[in-house]
Design a protein around this ligand. Structure first.
Ligand code: SF4
Length: 209
């Protein structure tokens, strides 16, 4: 772990002692669905639709047999609902067919599921199984660039690789949560709260908004 990463981690750790995954779920399947639904929307919005979705389709089998239009109607507030509904149903079918209805704990298996990309797989590995992973979403990417852990031109996989190198493996999961909380509540995309930022000394933005 680099010296700078140690210091940034310590500051964020004391700023956000309660940093955690804000998606609401009761089991690994619900987590997988919630993370898949969270693409390009907020956790708050996902948490609005998942109780309705899971009360109607409480398990893998029932969701695998769901009618796509019905799922679309339930999840419409999260956006991209047509693709997300198709993917949720296909993913459930694949879980039944190839994994006995159980969410796998290997990244190579997770990314084979419909609608499951690298970020979703990382979140599921970390949250469901406690396997170290540094999931990179829009907050993690932005914050890592502003703090100079990565470059503006770096793509998501480069950001993930650089962060995994900068932070100790056993801190990847917690660092991911800390970066998200920092990005969500202080270093916001459009109007970062620079006056109250505990990481000003590490910020590389020349002119703070
Ligand atoms: S000073 Fe502003 S832009 Fe820089 S890290 Fe802090 S909140 Fe983000």
């Amino acid at each position: 772990m680099t010296n700078k990463a140690e210091k940034v981690y310590a500051i964020l750790d004391s700023t956000f002692p309660d940093a955690h995954c804000e998606l609401v779920f009761r089991n690994n399947f619900e987590l997988l669905c919630a993370v898949a639904l969270s693409a390009q929307t907020t956790d708050k919005r996902v948490n609005m639709v998942t109780p309705i979705l899971f009360s109607k389709y409480p398990d893998v089998k029932s969701l695998s047999e769901a009618d796509v239009e019905d799922v679309e109607a339930i999840i419409s507030p999260v956006g991209l609902y047509h693709h997300k509904a198709i993917n949720l149903i296909s993913m459930s079918k694949e879980l039944c067919l190839y994994f006995n209805g159980v969410v796998p704990d290997k990244k190579s298996d997770l990314v084979k599921l419909s609608g499951v990309g690298n970020k979703t797989a990382n979140v599921v590995m970390a949250e469901a199984f406690g396997i170290p992973a540094f999931a990179v979403d829009t907050h993690v990417s932005r914050v890592s660039k502003r703090l100079g852990f990565t470059k503006d031109i770096d793509d998501v996989s480069t950001v993930e690789r650089k962060l995994c190198r900068a932070f100790k493996r056993d801190r990847w999961i917690r660092s991911h949560h800390l970066f998200i909380f920092f990005g969500r509540y202080i270093c916001k995309a459009k109007s970062p709260d620079c006056n109250n930022c505990p990481l000003q000394a590490y910020c590389r933005m020349k002119k703070r908004p």
